[in-house]
Ligand binder design. Structure first.
Ligand SMILES: [Zn+2]
Length: 75
């Protein structure tokens, strides 16, 4: 299961949550128990590109699909 980085909006505590990609569980901050958390897109989240030969997931560059919704590319 993929690991996601979250950041609390209230106390700005950063923490990690593991859940399925298709699921969006209700996540609360482990520090202040606030449910106002924001998902942080980590730049090191792309896996499998260095193995070669495994094509279970097509590569998806964030900026090559017509629009960059994440804002990671800075365009
Ligand atoms: Zn918090």
């Amino acid at each position: 299961m993929p690991l996601y980085d979250y950041k609390c909006v209230k106390c700005e505590a950063a923490f990690e949550v593991t859940h399925r990609m298709s699921e969006t569980p209700e996540i609360s901050c482990p520090k202040c128990a606030s449910k106002e958390v924001r998902k942080v897109l980590s730049t090191g989240g792309v896996v499998g590109s260095s193995k070669g030969g495994q094509s279970d997931a097509p590569p998806m560059p964030p900026c090559a699909s017509g629009g960059c919704a994440s804002g990671m590319c800075g365009l």
